[in-house]
Design a protein around this ligand. Sequence first.
Ligand code: NI
Length: 180
Amino acid sequence: MAILPLVIAPDERLNKPSEPVKVVDAKIRTLLDDMLETMYANNGIGLAAVQVGVHLKCIVVDIAVREGQNAPMKFINPEIIHHSDEKTRFQEGCLSFPDQYSDVERPSSVTIRYLDETGAEQTMEADELLATCLQHEIDHTNGIVFVDHLSLMKRDMILRKLKKAKRMGLIHELPEGAPV
Ligand code: NI
C-alpha cells in the first residue's frame, strides 16, 4: 500500500469526468487500497480516484473513522439509481480543498449501484452522512466538486483562498502532468 499525493483545487483535473472501470483486476484493487491509505493518512472520510490523479470511477468511503473505528467501503463505477425528494444539509469538506468547509444541501437518502472488489454488481441504500458522502464522491467521478453546489461568490472565495495558499507554498500537491 502507498500514500499517494493529492490533487488540490483549483486544478482542471478535478473537473474532468472519470472513465468507467472495464475490468476489476489486481491493479484496481491496489488502487482502492492505496486510496484508502491516502484517505486515512489525511483524516478524510471519502476519496475519489480523480483526487489522486487517476480518472477512473473508483471511490472509497469510511464514515466510522469519526468514531475511532474502521469500516472501509470500496465502490467501482458507482452511480445513483434513486434519491429521495427530502433533502438534508451537511457541512462538507474535501481533501482536495484543504481547510475549506461549507454547508451543502443534498437528497437525504440514495440508492446506488456499483461493482464490488470481485467485479460483482451490488446495490446499496444509504441515508444521512453516508448518503451525503457517497453523493460527494460520485460527483467527483463526474468532474463535479462540492463548491459547484455553492453560490458563485462563495465558490470563488474558496478557490481564491486555495490559489493563494498554493502560491505561498503552503500546499503540497500532486504536480500537474505527473505520471500516475
Ligand atoms: Ni471531495
